[in-house]
Design a protein around this ligand. Structure first.
Ligand SMILES: Cc1cc2nc3c(=O)[nH]c(=O)nc-3n(C[C@H](O)[C@H](O)[C@H](O)COP(=O)(O)O)c2cc1C
Length: 264
């Protein structure tokens, strides 16, 4: 363990809580610089090797994420073996073909970039942790309702840790790629044995990072007024089912990629 990643000593950590004066923008602006520049790329510089310390620094950020009941229900498998990266990438390329055949109409990206991603982390969780959240476990309808929320709590927790890791990678200068197209049970069955992952553990996503193979581009963001509601929900931008369908049909591919002809 490096000096950056020693486990938190609770007493020392309490003494170290150090926030700026409320309203001081210095740290906010630095953080925003990282947030704005966290940009997805789907092809990396294959010749670059990530130093082990960078994995440590990045996953240290994940370790400090908040989680429901402080369960910290996440596990991160660092993949450094090029053959394993290639295997996982091959699975995705096959999945890409399957989706095209199944006419899912999802503008699936080119997953060949997985094989050469210098930074490669498989993000896992143990779904049994839902029992750490408010559930009855008696099989009743009420239990089902609480279980559903417990699952949401768990997934939000792992997403919080994943996002912290992505931001830490961006703060170190890396581009990132968050791949969730791994969640189907069939994908998990293929990937678990490659990494000695127990059956009880769910593979939730893959976190890739590295220097980009080509200049990255910034993607479209919804304007603030479409997403922020002051005091009550502003329905000006509320979409009907058909508007939403139309958006998915005609806009989705344009906001996921630079333009429709340039799927990366
Ligand atoms: C929860 C989540 C799931 C994602 N899943 C995938 C995925 O399976 N494959 C992929 O190529 N990109 C995936 N992405 C990346 C998004 O497509 C990307 O973040 C989005 O287009 C915005 O671009 P930006 O990250 O450059 O801001 C995912 C991102 C998030 C946050």
């Amino acid at each position: 363990m490096s000096e950056f990643t020693s486990a938190v000593d609770l007493e020392a950590a309490e003494a170290e809580i150090d926030l700026p004066e409320i309203g001081d923008l210095t740290r906010y602006l630095e953080l925003m610089q990282t947030i704005r520049n966290r940009v997805t790329v789907r092809k990396f510089d294959a010749d670059y090797t990530v130093p082990d310390e960078h994995y440590e620094l990045i996953l240290e950020a994940a370790r400090h994420a908040p989680s429901g009941a402080n369960a910290q229900p996440w596990q991160f498998v660092i993949v450094r073996d090029p053959a394993v990266k290639q295997n996982i990438s091959d699975y995705f390329v096959a999945e890409q073909r399957f989706r095209a055949k199944a006419k899912m109409k999802f503008p699936t990206p080119d997953y060949r970039g997985l094989a050469t991603a210098p930074g490669f982390v498989v993000v896992c969780s143990d779904m049994r942790w839902v029992n750490a959240f408010p559930v009855l476990n008696d099989g009743s309808d009420l239990d089902r309702m609480y279980k559903e929320n417990a699952e949401r709590i768990l997934l939000q927790s792992v997403a919080a840790a994943t996002m912290s890791a992505h931001l830490a990678a961006a703060a170190l200068g890396y581009n990132v790629w968050w791949v969730t197209a791994i969640g189907q049970e069939k994908a998990q069955e293929e990937i678990r044995p490659l990494l000695n992952i127990p059956e009880e553990i769910s593979v939730l996503d893959i976190f890739l990072f590295g220097p980009p193979a080509a200049k990255p581009y910034k993607r479209w963001r919804r304007p603030t007024e479409e997403i922020v509601h002051w005091d009550k929900y502003n329905r000006d931008y509320f979409m009907s089912d058909s508007e939403l369908d139309d958006w998915i049909r005609n806009r989705r591919h344009r906001v996921m990629y630079k333009d429709a002809s340039n799927v990366d």
